[in-house]
Design a protein around this ligand. Structure first.
Ligand SMILES: [Zn+2]
Ligand SMILES: [Zn+2]
Length: 341
């Protein structure tokens, strides 16, 4: 099959022919990839940011936002048949540990992460396990929904944490209106009652966020903190969801957060720095949010099926993988890019 492989950090992926994945465990499923979303994490993987944490031997196939059709099933697979359209939760979790039993797939100590620790979806075929599959309604094209598998659930989980706090009269600032943010705004519109303030550098993305449910759009520049303060009667935001997560957004978030406010960090790369006096004096809650669990992906697909969360995406061929990564690196992708092998 054709696949895009990471051979060396900080070098373009190599697109070449490799052997097809094969079933080795009764619960294995081979999926014919219909679409693979292109994510900032893919850029970080290529930069080697994850190298030490993951220790995945090179080369391997990246791509963790996958959807497609069941192509082959192991002898123990009972809920899916060849040809079924599916979206893939990005990890294969064991199903037996306490985390799995409480539904938190991302906390499974035995997990394998497609596209991070094992081969992913920048390829024609991909191996996963039955536990990771969510059936798609008939007629849904996998390439149209693939980014929900990571960008989607990551935004969904962060908003689900914030939703009980997003009461009428509260304000939630959402930073970064890209692949995750544009989904996050729609989910907040559906699950919460807060007034959404969208923050981004890009005017086109800010306009899109207003169409999707944001009440205010604030350009991310040196005036952003004071603008958020004036939109919230000088009090600051009750909730901030940071989809960017660099030193600047961390610092500014803590300046625009209301007393008793909650700061949810989704994007990563920076360092959150806060004197403990300021933390206790303001009673801030600072939460991390990592991807999402199986149930959250299921719930998001239900929202999507009801027409309540739409995905803005552009399709490219697998051969264009390096060009697309380059566009993403330069902030030139609106919504999400999807590779169709
Ligand atoms: Zn991702
Ligand atoms: Zn487990």
């Amino acid at each position: 099959m054709k696949a895009a492989l990471l051979y060396n950090y900080n070098e373009p992926l190599r697109i070449e022919q490799v052997p097809d994945p094969v079933i080795t465990d009764p619960s294995d499923v081979i999926v014919k990839v219909g679409g693979a979303g292109v994510c900032h994490t893919d850029l970080h993987l290529i930069e080697g940011v994850w190298a030490e944490t993951l220790g995945t031997p090179l080369p391997y196939i990246i791509g963790h936002e996958n959807a497609g059709w069941v192509h082959e099933i192991g002898s123990g697979v009972t809920n899916f048949q060849v040809g079924d359209p599916v979206i893939l939760h990005p990890v294969m979790s064991c199903g037996k540990c306490l985390s799995c039993r409480s539904g938190e797939d991302m906390h499974c100590p035995n997990l394998k992460f497609c596209g991070l620790t094992v081969n992913g979806g920048y390829a024609q075929y991909l191996k996963t396990s039955e536990r990771a599959l969510i059936p798609l309604p008939k007629g849904v094209n996998p390439a149209d929904v693939a980014p929900f598998a990571d960008a989607g659930i990551t935004a969904y989980r962060a908003v689900r944490k914030a939703a009980p706090l997003a009461k009428p009269g509260t304000h939630v600032v959402m930073i970064g209106m890209g692949g995750l943010g544009h989904i996050g705004v729609q989910v907040m519109r559906e699950l919460g009652n807060a007034d959404i303030i969208a923050l981004d550098k890009n005017k086109e993305r800010l306009n899109m966020s207003l169409e999707l449910g944001a009440v205010h759009a604030v350009e991310a520049n040196h005036k952003a903190v004071s603008q958020v303060r004036s939109l919230t009667a000088g009090q600051g935001a009750d909730i901030i969801i940071d989809f960017v997560g660099n030193d600047q957004t961390h610092e500014e978030s803590l300046q625009m957060l209301r007393k008793g406010g909650t700061y949810i960090v989704v994007g990563y790369g920076g360092t959150v720095q806060l004197p403990s006096l300021k933390l206790i004096n303001n009673e801030f809650s600072i939460l991390g949010s990592l991807v999402g669990n199986y149930n959250e992906l299921y719930q998001l697909m239900e929202l999507h099926a009801r027409g309540k969360v739409k995905l803005h995406s552009t399709k490219y061929s697998l051969d264009e993988a390096n060009d697309v990564l380059n566009l993403l690196h330069h902030g030139k992708i609106n919504g999400r890019a999807v590779l169709v092998p």
